[in-house]
Design a protein around this ligand. Structure first.
Ligand code: PLP
Length: 464
């Protein structure tokens, strides 16, 4: 048996993959062996564009010399020592660097290992903040419909993606859900009307319940896993203003959008919004190692700073928090951001992506294209006039993504919305090639699926 076949056999026998129906995996297994630049290669030697940055992480491409070297250098000193009650060199330096690049006043860095943990910590911080300053009753959170903040129970409790979260409802704590401005699906189709309506709903919830609410959690500028939905201009700043008015903390989740992804270092900069607490992860290490952080203002931090006997300590921490290898590569990542003008380049290249994608509107089943920087969602619909979606069982997003894989690019859809989030280092040529693969896959699959649904319906009518 070849090494490849042996690995496939082992993977089918022993692995249980995240967010994966293993029956799908058994049909279409894939094992990645290596990667360079914006491409990864499987165990059969087939190479693919990493069209989703290995789940929204990768910044400078794979095997980036400077990042590889930063890990090797750190490895020669120490790989890990704890952050409980002490610190280490790269974690300390990274904290100072993060406080410099995050919005003004975001100066306190609490490390963890994943975006979901960063969110858990943010929730605990916000909840305990009010207790520590002697305000009782502010025990709940507001979240946006279709918001996604990770998969731990706290993060799920402030998430609202029906398909992922419904089953866990009995385990979740209650949160207030407010509408998110999904302009394409709003009856008016008008971004201003949609935005105002959502802000009004939020205002009503705050007016009635602000005394019970510790914080509002939301993604920054674009909802990711909930459908790649871009918020209209003025929404984020409108939410911030309402949080200030009603004395509710604002937690902005930049796990997906941070580190240049949207054409700013952090997406909240698009509206000059400074949150009380911000969560970051994914791109923080350039996509190399699992580091995340919850970043707060001094106002939050000071509420926890006291004599131990007063019991204001934040009792939370993970074994690998502040891991030296991760922090060392994160520092090298930030050096590269400066040296290679990554954020400015994303802005320029995003314009190219936008103009290349413009022609997709001519395709029969492309309903909406939503883009901010290098974060793109393409919503496929059965009928462009009525915006009727494809039937759920057709799995249109999944099927198109499988076709892209066959044609040489990896990505994962969110429902019927295709996701295009290439590494920020992708060249113009590489971006054009990736977009061309997407176009071809959409054309082939939607044509087959579109006629399949039509003929099913005709058969049903003629029988009926
Ligand atoms: N928050 C947002 C906005 C995300 O998009 C994600 C993951 O996609 C998370 C949190 C969870 O991050 P992680 O998968 O690192 O736990």
């Amino acid at each position: 048996m070849s090494k490849h076949n042996e690995l496939i056999k082992k993977s089918k026998k022993h692995l249980w993959l995240p967010f994966t129906q293993m029956k799908d995996y058994d049909k279409d297994p894939l094992i990645i062996e290596s990667g360079t630049g914006v491409r990864v290669t499987d165990t059969e030697g087939k190479s693919y564009y990493d069209g989703f940055s290995s789940v929204w992480l990768n910044v400078h491409g794979h095997r980036k010399k400077e990042l590889d070297e930063a890990i090797q250098e750190q490895l020669m000193k120490i790989s890990h020592s704890t952050l409980l009650g002490m610190t280490n060199q790269p974690a300390t330096e990274l904290a100072e660097r993060l406080s410099r690049i995050t919005p003004d006043g975001m100066d306190r860095i609490f490390y963890s290992d994943s975006g979901a943990e960063a969110v858990e910590i943010a929730l605990k911080m916000a909840y305990q903040y009010w207790k520590n300053i002697g305000v009782e009753g502010k025990n709940k959170f507001i979240t946006m419909k279709n918001g996604y903040h990770g998969d731990t129970i706290g993060a799920v409790s402030v998430g609202a993606v029906e398909i992922f979260h419904r089953i866990f409802e009995p385990l979740m704590f209650d949160s207030f859900h407010v509408p998110f401005p999904y302009v394409y699906r709003h009856p008016s189709g008008d971004s201003e009307i949609c935005k105002e309506e959502c802000l009004l709903e939020l205002k009503k919830t705050l007016e009635k319940h602000h005394n019970e609410i510790a914080a509002l959690t939301m993604e920054s500028m674009m909802q990711g896993a909930g459908g790649m939905v871009l918020m209209p201009p003025g929404f984020l700043s409108g939410v911030k203003a309402l949080c200030v008015e009603y004395d509710v903390l604002l937690i902005i989740d930049e796990v997906a959008t941070g580190f240049g992804r949207t054409g700013k270092m952090f997406a909240c900069e698009h509206e000059e919004v400074v949150p009380d607490i911000m969560t970051v992860g994914k791109g923080i290490t350039g996509g190399y190692l699992p580091i995340a952080a919850t970043i707060s203002t001094e106002r939050i931090y000071e509420a926890f700073y006291d004599d131990y006997k007063n019991m204001k300590t934040l009792f939370h921490g993970h074994s690998y928090t502040g891991n030296q290898l991760g922090c060392a590569v994160a520092l090298a990542n930030l050096d590269l951001f400066e040296k290679e003008n990554v954020v400015e380049n994303v802005q320029t290249k995003a314009n190219i992506v936008q103009s290349e994608l413009e022609s997709f509107y001519q395709l029969d089943h492309v309903g909406d294209i939503r883009q901010i920087g290098f974060m793109v969602g393409i919503e496929l619909v059965l009928n462009k006039q009525t915006k009727e979606p494809f039937p759920f069982e057709e799995r249109i997003g999944y099927e198109v993504s499988l076709k892209m894989r066959e044609l040489g690019m990896l990505t994962r859809p969110v429902g019927d919305t295709l996701v295009f989030m290439p590494p920020l280092s992708s060249s113009q040529q590489e971006l054009r090639e990736m977009i061309s693969i997407m176009r071809e896959a959409i054309q082939i699959v939607t044509k087959i699926k579109g006629s399949h649904v039509t003929s099913l319906r005709e058969n049903r009518c003629s029988r009926g």
